[in-house]
Design a protein around this ligand. Structure first.
Ligand code: SAM
Length: 228
């Protein structure tokens, strides 16, 4: 019965405990001004991922799906100046706007945040090669927020490129993907739909959960896994 109050509550949360910086607002505004789609995480979600990065004590964060760098600023803040974010983005215009926004937030590119241009499934094998060659470190926190059809492939890569036990993998919009692909519910099943819950649940490399969330915008949720 309290569901109608969720937008009001989210504004109250944003105003009181999120402590968004001007750089966050700038990232939203500059992204919109440059024609990027309005699909970045919300302030409450961004702060949540930032806290997870801090909780994990992460030093090397990987993001798949940069957009305008809004979530990237939050992830980088979670590193508290003691690590690096590597973010992959398919679209060159998104990448350029992201770099502007990240630099506006005082982050050095590429020292603090590196934005790699390309499709996730092309870039991830290159990262693996560079890790094998000793040119890069493995990751201890991975944030997946790109094209839904590849969520499982990205998840598999995330485990492969993780430092090992205790590393965390966060899949954004995982609930919406499950619902919209018709894996559950009454919608017709989309052909290439992958049941992320079943796949991750059968993966002996991780322990995981999926949390359904309700915010001002919509009903969605995320999957969180920890490498065993
Ligand atoms: N993480 C961002 C945030 O919250 O600020 C939002 C990311 S947005 C939901 C998804 C992004 O993934 C878009 O910028 C899109 O261009 C990018 N993308 C789509 N397909 C991709 C792919 N195959 N590889 C890498 N990035 C991709």
């Amino acid at each position: 019965k309290h569901i109608e109050a969720r937008a009001e509550l989210e504004s109250h949360i944003e105003a009181n405990i999120i402590h968004s910086e001007q750089a966050h607002t700038h990232a939203y505004e500059n992204s919109t001004k440059n024609g990027l789609p309005i699909i970045a995480v919300s302030p409450v979600q961004g702060k949540f991922t930032s806290l997870l990065v801090a909780l994990r004590g992460a030093r090397n964060v990987l993001e798949i799906g940069t957009l305008g760098g809004y979530s990237g600023i939050w992830l980088a803040r979670g590193l508290q100046g003691k690590g690096k974010l590597t973010s992959i983005e398919l679209d060159a215009h998104h990448r350029d706007v992201a770099i502007e926004n990240l630099q506006y937030a005082g982050l050095k590119v590429p020292e603090d945040v590196e934005v790699l241009l390309g499709a996730g499934l092309d870039v991830l094998p290159k990262l693996e090669e560079e890790i094998v060659q000793g040119k890069r470190e493995k990751f201890d926190f991975v944030f997946i927020d790109a094209d839904w059809k590849n969520q499982w492939n990205y998840f598999d890569w995330a485990v492969k490129l993780s430092k090992g036990p205790g590393c965390a993998i966060y899949v954004d919009n995982a609930v919406k993907q499950m619902l919209e692909s018709g894996i559950v519910g009454d919608q017709e099943r989309v052909d290439d739909a992958t049941d992320l819950v079943a796949k991750v649940g059968a993966d002996p490399r991780v322990e995981a959960t999926m949390l359904q969330t309700v915010g001002a915008k919509s009903y969605d949720g995320f999957l969180l896994a920890v490498v065993k």
